[in-house]
Write a protein that binds this ligand. Structure first.
Ligand code: HEM
Length: 223
C-alpha cells in the first residue's frame, strides 16, 4: 500500500470513527442505550461534553504541525482538516445545545447573555471565527484563495485562545482544568513562535554571510 492509500483507506477512516465516538456516547446516553445515561443534569452534561470535545479537537488540530516536525511524518497534515472539522462540529453542537435546550430558543435571553456574560461573548466570537475556516476548508477554496488561505487559517490561533479564555472565565473555583488547557495552548503556540524566531535569525545569518562573501569580491573589483 502506498502512503496515500494508507491514509485514504486506514488512517482517515480510523480518525473519522474515533471522532464520532464522543457523539455516539452522548447519543446513547440521551436515548438510554447500552446502559448509558446523561446523569442528573442532561443538558449541562451535553453542553459541557460538546464544549470540551470541541476544544480537544482544536488542540489536536494545532498539534499536527509540531508532531510533523518532531516525528518527520509529514503526511500527518492529511488528517488536519478532518480534526478541524470535528472541532467545528462539536462546537456547533455545543452552541445548539445552549440555544435549543438550555435557552429554549429564547432569543431575548440569549442576547442578554451575550451582552451581560463576557464568557458567552468570547465563546461566540470564537465560534463565529471558526465558520469561515470551515467553509474554506475544501481543496477548491484552498486553491482559490492561494496565499490568503494561510492567512485566514491563522485565525485558529486566536480561536483557541478565545476558547480557553471562555472556559477559564466561567469556572468559579477550581481552575486546574482550564489552567491545564491554557498551558497546552501556550506550549503549542510558543513552539510556533520559537520556530519562527529561529527561522528568521537563520535567514538573517545567511543573508549577512552572502553579503560578507560578496564584499571582498566588490573590493577586488575596485582594485
Ligand atoms: C470556540 C468556541 C467555544 C469553545 C472552545 C467552548 C468551550 C467550552 C468549554 C471547554 C466549556 C466547559 C466544559 C466543562 O466545564 O467541562 C464550555 C462551557 C460552556 N459554553 Fe462554551 N465554547 C465555545 C463557544 C461557546 C458558545 C458560542 C456558547 C454560547 C453562545 C457557549 C456557551 C457555553 C456555556 C453556557 C457553557 C457552560 C457554562 C456553565 O456551566 O456555567 N460556548 N464551553
Amino acid at each position: 500500500m502506498t502512503v496515500e492509500q494508507r491514509y485514504r483507506y486506514v488512517y482517515k477512516p480510523t480518525v473519522f470513527a474515533a471522532g464520532l465516538v464522543p457523539a455516539a456516547l452522548l447519543l446513547c446516553g440521551a436515548l438510554g442505550w447500552f446502559g448509558q445515561d446523561l446523569g442528573a443534569d442532561p443538558v449541562a452534561r451535553l453542553l459541557h461534553s460538546c464544549g470540551k470535545t470541541g476544544l480537544n479537537f482544536l488542540l489536536l488540530t494545532l498539534l499536527i504541525t509540531p508532531a510533523r516536525r518532531v516525528t518527520g511524518w509529514n503526511n500527518l497534515v492529511r488528517l488536519r482538516r478532518m480534526l478541524g472539522l470535528f472541532a467545528f462540529f462539536y462546537l456547533l453542537a455545543h452552541f445548539t445545545v445552549y440555544l435549543v435546550l438550555d435557552r429554549q430558543l429564547d432569543y431575548h435571553s440569549v442576547l442578554q447573555d451575550i451582552v451581560k456574560r463576557p464568557y458567552i461573548t468570547i465563546g461566540l466570537a470564537g465560534l463565529l471565527l471558526l465558520v469561515p475556516l470551515a467553509i474554506t476548508s475544501t481543496n477548491r477554496m484552498m486553491r482559490r484563495l492561494g496565499r490568503r488561505w494561510q492567512k485566514l487559517h491563522s485565525l485558529i490561533y486566536l480561536i483557541v485562545i478565545l476558547g480557553v479564555w471562555h472556559y477559564w472565565w466561567q469556572v468559579k473555583k477550581d481552575i486546574r482544568q482550564p489552567l491545564l488547557y491554557a498551558a497546552m495552548v501556550a506550549v503549542l503556540l510558543g513552539y510556533r513562535v520559537l520556530i519562527r524566531v529561529i527561522q528568521r535569525s537563520r535567514a538573517r545569518r545567511n543573508a549577512s554571510a552572502v553579503t560578507s562573501k560578496s564584499a571582498p569580491a566588490t573590493a577586488q573589483e575596485r582594485t
